[in-house]
Write a protein that binds this ligand. Sequence first.
Ligand SMILES: [Fe+2]
Length: 234
Amino acid sequence: MNTGFSKNIENLINDLRNQNSVTNPMVLEMVESYKLTEQDVAQYFSYNHSPDESYGRQLIYDNGNFKILLMSWKPGDFTAIHNHGYTEWGCVYFFGEATHRLYSVTNDELKIIQKDNFQKGQIASVSGNLTHMMGNSSSKNFSTLHIYGSNSQQSDVSKDAIVYLPELDKEVTTMGSAYLNMDKQLILSEKPLINVSNELVADYFSLVKLFYECNGLSPLLRNMEKKLGNRSIN
Ligand SMILES: [Fe+2]
């Protein structure tokens, strides 16, 4: 075991490695029991990520059937809308208040079903078909700890994650990354976007606008702007 891990992270990894099979209630209980702090993961902060990564994403540990990552969110950082591939169990632990959207995908239509934020100290369950989007609408940096696991896959548990990109009218698959303005090398396959309402596009636009503006990428929002009736981007 890499002794560079904090005691809490090392114990969490050992706990997960010692299980033959893990469920979401089990992983939630484990993570809750360690009372993690940002000091446990400070060595994985990546707030200085490049603009083609719309949030910091650092791998802490990958055992094949599960992996642990630390995501770092500067003000304006956001994921695209995405799911989690082959993930069967997992969670997100919030070290700060994150803006969050939950979506459903039915009959070839993507719909918003919840707009509640997650608060510091909360833990959210993750499974492969969880379709969501998260980011930082505040003025302060914060990080989140992510665990993705499988009882049947021995590698690449978040492979074939679907990422929905209204700004490009596309949906793509990746190994698990869900960046806005993603490098083409991260894309495994792509196809036209399923149906989305104007309400969804307007909400998405309001969330991602700051990231695109801060990185000189506003022209990439033109497509959505047109859909929204030529509203000005400024
Ligand atoms: Fe996610």
